[in-house]
Design a protein around this ligand. Structure first.
Ligand code: PHE
Ligand code: NA
Length: 442
């Protein structure tokens, strides 16, 4: 292989890094997964647990990834090899595997969002729930789904192949502001719907008894969702922070990213539940596909629903794209860094591999649910847990010092951060992992 040192790329601007991290965070997790988790896990009770986990677990864990990425300036495998000794050196592989698996089915779901955008513009949506369901089954699995999955992966390959500045940064700088504006607009629209009042009551007034009665399922779901939605446990934030050329205030950047992600998820609830309640659809219907069916049926019921629906699904597709490129970048950065492969070749080969792995999910919805559960409740939690133990318990001095670059003296905050990683993050992830494994085996 070539021995020429190619200088590693960096983000062009500070805002570029933040847009990229927000673009990664804001995705299907917010606009598809979050509302169906709320529905499945008991409404507002889930929301409360989720917000708690974002603050107590998500924020410290995001700083862990930022610090590891900026300190090593490497892909996750290279980063862990540099900071870890013994078996720790191999933890980076879990991230690569997780990114690979998640993107395989994430892309399938993203394909549905493209299909549903076109559906609204072309034919409109079917108001009858049974018909909408039958239509979803036809569109979301089999050949149609495989073709759309291929189309979406092609877009991901093009952007990631073009590089950090000219590909990813450029793309997110357009996509992220668009997502924010449209989501806010849709929430304002949803507030005018007749079912809005009931929806807000369901979504916003938690019944704490529900948490007490169902914590064994709410806890792993909320922890998994917190990690998934913030793009943690997959090495994405390690990878993106590794392209930071200079020392910035990582705590501030992390707070901005988390603020946007949480706001978009929360506001999505203000869109989805009023629409469902207005159309008389039960939000508790479980499953990955259900939210598509319920929403499509609801759009079929509303005046100008075809237009609102197309805007909604189109926005979801864009959000999915800005997340998918970050997942792919984890794997591509590894191949480019460690094996000196040309970026475009790497993107094409890896994208092709992910496409193939996604075919079972595109073929059968049951398999997609299994992939999602396995990746979200097990793989991602495992990677996050091991990294938290390594950084919190073994490398804490180094981590605090790295975090302080660009901030100055952390005072007690550095200690507070490390203890947040050592106890809440590690404990929650252990419990989530055990419950997640049990849930998976059921
Ligand atoms: N955070 C993204 C979302 O909420 C999903 C994602 C996870 C993206 C991991 C990249 C890495 O949809
Ligand atoms: Na998210």
């Amino acid at each position: 292989m070539s021995s020429v040192e190619i200088p590693r790329e960096t983000w062009a601007t500070r805002i570029g890094f933040i847009f990229a991290a927000v673009g990664s965070a804001v995705g299907l997790g917010n606009i598809w997964r979050f509302p169906f988790q709320v529905g499945q896990e008991g409404g507002a009770a889930f929301l409360v647990m989720y917000l708690l986990f974002i603050l107590a677990v998500g924020f410290p864990a995001m700083l862990v990834e930022f610090v590891v990425g900026r300190y090593t300036e490497r892909n996750p495998v290279g980063a862990l090899r540099e900071i870890g000794s013994g078996a720790w050196r191999y933890v980076g592989w879990i991230f690569i595997a997780t990114g690979f698996v998640i993107l395989s089915y994430y892309s399938v779901v993203a394909g549905w969002t493209i299909r549903y955008t076109v559906l609204g513009l072309q034919d409109g949506y079917l108001a009858d729930a049974a018909e909408a369901e039958a239509q979803f089954v036809t569109l979301a699995s089999g050949l149609d789904a495989i073709v759309l999955h291929a189309l979406f992966m092609a877009a991901v390959i093009l952007i990631v192949g073009a590089g950090i500045k000219r590909g990813i940064e450029l793309a997110v700088t357009v996509m992220v502001p668009a997502i924010i504006v449209i989501v806010v607009g849709l929430a304002v629209y949803a507030a005018t719907l007749e079912g809005a009042g009931d929806a807000y009551a369901y979504y916003l007034s938690p019944d704490l008894g529900v948490i007490a009665a169902n914590w064994t399922s709410i806890l792993p779901a909320a922890a998994g969702q917190a990690f998934f939605t913030l793009s943690l446990g997959m090495g994405v934030m390690i990878t993106y922070a590794s392209y930071l050329g200079e020392d910035r205030n990582l705590a501030e950047d992390g707070a901005i990213v988390i603020g946007f992600d949480t706001a978009i998820a929360f506001v999505t609830g203000l869109i989805v539940f009023p629409i469902l309640f207005t159309a008389g659809v039960d939000p508790a219907d479980p499953g990955a596909g259900a939210i598509f069916v319920s929403l499509a049926a609801a759009f079929g019921d509303l005046t100008l629903g075809w237009l609102v629906g197309a805007v909604f699904f189109g926005t979801v597709a864009i959000a999915a794209l800005s997340s998918a490129i970050s997942l792919m970048e984890v794997v591509v950065s590894y191949v480019v860094d460690e094996h000196a492969v040309d970026r475009r070749v790497a993107a094409l080969a890896i994208g092709g591999g992910i496409f193939v792995l996604g075919i079972p999910s595109a073929y059968d919805l049951v398999l997609l649910d299994l992939f999602d559960l396995f990746a979200d409740q097990i793989l991602l939690v495992l990677g996050g847990l091991l990294l938290a133990i390594l950084v919190g318990w073994i490398l804490s001095d180094l981590a605090v010092e790295e975090l302080s670059l660009g901030i100055g003296d952390l005072g007690g905050y550095g200690t507070a951060w490390i203890w947040a990683v050592r106890i809440p993050v590690v404990l929650v992830l252990i419990v989530a992992l055990v419950l997640g494994v049990l849930d998976y085996l059921e």
